[in-house]
Write a protein that binds this ligand. Structure first.
Ligand code: NAD
Ligand code: GLY
Length: 370
């Protein structure tokens, strides 16, 4: 299949007065700082981590200096296992010690961990200040930087403490993906793959023809991946900003995936790896509920495998693996009165929320784990 490239230029997420632009392009050296309309403020603070900061921070601070009277920065420790209260507090300490006020603008420079924590800090510092997402991982560019979900983890559950809080602007600089480790690129691909089965089978077919190009870092293929993913996400979030219904489809594979991340210890399985194995489990659950064919489950599993992602979940508890998954999955934001609600496929390209009997879920876990 030919590449159908979505043209460059800003996408938009329509949320009334909270609407904003999503810019997806190759920007040499943070040149977007000069060209784009940025939120006005008394100061800016760049939040990053000690890995991304070493590569991109200095230049971004220099560029922003021409747009704000003063530019501060704070570097957090890297990793999912630092997505917690203690690390969040480093942002508040930096803001307070630098005398930042209600007109300070936060810039999240990094992957989903930095983005989710910066967004949460922006939502709560002085009851809310403006922030801009500058995602530097594929996962953050195709998913976490868009839509305003912000959070930290709790030892008992993933992303359980947070807020819906929209950024003012999202800038996806595709050139930052050149320094991203391959394992992280693959992890991001899981969230890209997700959009096909839940919303766009044409996109899934395109990915099936192009997944190796994406893995090789092909410029056009990556641009198409990010733009189409952001388009689908913006469309869904535009209809259901705070997940009263439709938005839950974006969590396809996540109920199982979050259980894997929490159960294994944050950072052992990357978020996208958990989602990848979780999508196979959710597809298999859909099949056992009579909603998709075994051919479709095999097709999705094959794409996930070609992306270099796990297609089987880990054993979290040797004594009662399915029981442990169920216990972890009950701590899920979609659960109601202790009843787990799964995103399942109602045919290829359409997702719905359903409950399922524990016995059936146990069968799926037993069939889908190592
Ligand atoms: P991450 O933020 O941990 O980044 C992955 C790794 O890549 C880190 O070590 C980071 O330092 C490094 N890195 C980032 N950019 C780099 C670059 N350009 N070059 C070199 N190294 C770079 O992980 P992630 O996969 O980006 O995000 C995962 C997080 O996102 C999870 O906490 C997940 O819960 C969250 N998430 C949130 C949403 C949402 O809607 N808010 C959606 C999906 C996932
Ligand atoms: N990543 C799921 C959502 O934004 O709703």
């Amino acid at each position: 299949m030919d590449l159908e490239i979505i043209p460059a230029g800003a996408l938009r997420i329509n949320l009334d007065e909270r609407s904003y632009a999503i810019h997806v392009d190759h920007f040499a050296d943070h040149s977007w700082c000069d060209g784009l309309e940025l939120p006005v403020g008394t100061s800016a603070m760049v939040v990053t981590n000690d890995v991304v900061g070493g590569i991109y921070l200095q230049r971004l601070v220099e560029r922003l200096t021409s747009r704000y009277p003063v530019v501060h920065f704070v570097e957090l420790p890297d990793g999912e296992d630092h997505k917690d209260w203690k690390t969040l507090d480093l942002i508040f300490t930096a803001l307070l010690s630098k005398g930042c006020d209600r007109k300070t603008v936060l810039y999240a420079l990094g992957g989903g961990v930095v983005g989710d924590m910066t967004g949460f800090a922006a939502a709560s510092y002085m009851r809310g200040i403006k922030f801009v997402q500058v995602p530097t991982t594929l996962l953050a560019q195709v998913d976490s930087s868009v839509g305003g979900k912000t959070a930290i983890n709790h030892p008992l559950g993933k992303n359980m403490i947070g807020a819906f809080y929209q950024p003012q602007l999202v800038v996806c600089d595709l050139s930052t993906l050149k320094t991203l480790p391959k394992r992280e690129l693959r992890s991001g691909l899981a969230e890209v793959i997700k959009y096909g089965p839940i919303a766009d089978m044409e996109f899934m077919a395109w990915l099936e023809s192009s997944v190796e190009l994406v893995l090789d870092g092909d410029t056009d293929a990556l641009a198409h991946c990010v733009r189409r993913s952001c388009e689908i996400k913006a469309e869904v979030v535009g209809q259901d900003e705070t997940e009263s219904g439709l938005r839950a489809i974006l969590n396809f594979g996540h109920t199982f995936g979050h259980a894997i991340e929490t159960g294994m210890g944050y950072g052992v399985w990357l978020h996208g790896e958990g989602v990848a194995a979780g999508m196979v489990m959710a597809a298999e659950l859909s099949r056992r509920m009579g909603m998709v064919s075994s051919e479709f489950v095999a097709r999705l599993t094959s794409l996930i495998s070609r992306a270099g992602l796990p297609t089987r979940g880990p054993v979290i508890d040797a004594a009662d693996n399915a029981g442990r998954y169920l216990e972890l999955m009950r701590v899920d934001k979609k659960a109601e009165a202790g009843e787990i609600r799964f995103v399942v496929l109602d045919g290829p390209g359409k997702a719905v929320l359903r409950t399922a009997p524990d016995a059936l879920v146990r069968e799926v876990i037993d069939a889908c784990c190592e």
